[in-house]
Write a protein that binds this ligand. Structure first.
Ligand code: CO
Length: 202
């Protein structure tokens, strides 16, 4: 594990390299933040939004939580969405799940307890909603993968019905919502083709 000293050294080297390759890079970022993407992803350490997308500082506003969910009553998540849509004016919200998600597996197995159990209760409900489809799959790995996908699609559905998003669409704001999933096995993103572009279409 890199210690604190090593992390600060790596940070100084990164800042130096950025200045060298792009003079004025930090000066440009100081006074403005105009990201076009809001990324809602899992807290999993193996799914770092910027690194896997190549998006740079200033290009993506990020919210991560266990199992990338967007509860309507979660002040943190909803405030991020409102700020991103109303103030930053992002053009695209990406909900990105990942295969092998521990939060989704806990919901699949009905194993999580305490705060984590409370947090993923909506995925347990989703599992019940799709119980027959999931039961038709042969292995737990397949059921796990499918529930990871269903969870992303469900979050996109919830987002598209949220007041912030509906209000943005009703005033004609161009805003798309995409469902993506990431594979830790090969580092690749997959589009689940469940995009929503709002009543005006984009
Ligand atoms: Co996860």
């Amino acid at each position: 594990m890199p210690d604190e000293k090593a992390i600060f050294a790596a940070n100084r080297e990164w800042a130096r390299a950025m200045c060298e390759s792009e003079p004025g890079f930090f000066d440009r970022l100081v006074n403005q933040q105009e990201p076009e993407y809001l990324w809602i992803g899992c807290s999993d350490s193996r799914v770092p939004a910027s690194q896997i997308t190549g998006l740079r500082p200033g290009e993506v506003f990020v919210h991560r939580n266990i199992a990338n969910i967007v509860p309507i009553d979660d002040l943190n998540c909803q405030a991020v969405i409102q700020y991103a849509v109303d103030v930053l004016g992002v053009k695209c919200i990406v909900v990105c799940g990942h295969y092998g998600c521990g939060g989704v597996l806990a919901a699949l197995r009905g194993k999580a307890t305490g705060l984590t159990g409370d947090w993923i209760s909506s995925i347990v409900a989703l599992r019940e909603q799709h119980a027959s489809d999931l039961a038709a799959l042969a292995t737990e790995t397949e059921r796990h993968d499918r529930l990871c996908e269903l969870n992303v699609i469900e979050q996109v559905r919830c987002l598209s019905e949220s007041e912030v998003i509906k209000t943005a669409w009703s005033r004609g704001q161009a805003l798309q919502i995409h469902a993506w999933i990431y594979s830790i096995k090969d580092g690749l993103l997959k589009n689940l083709n469940t995009s929503v572009g709002g009543p005006i279409g984009v």
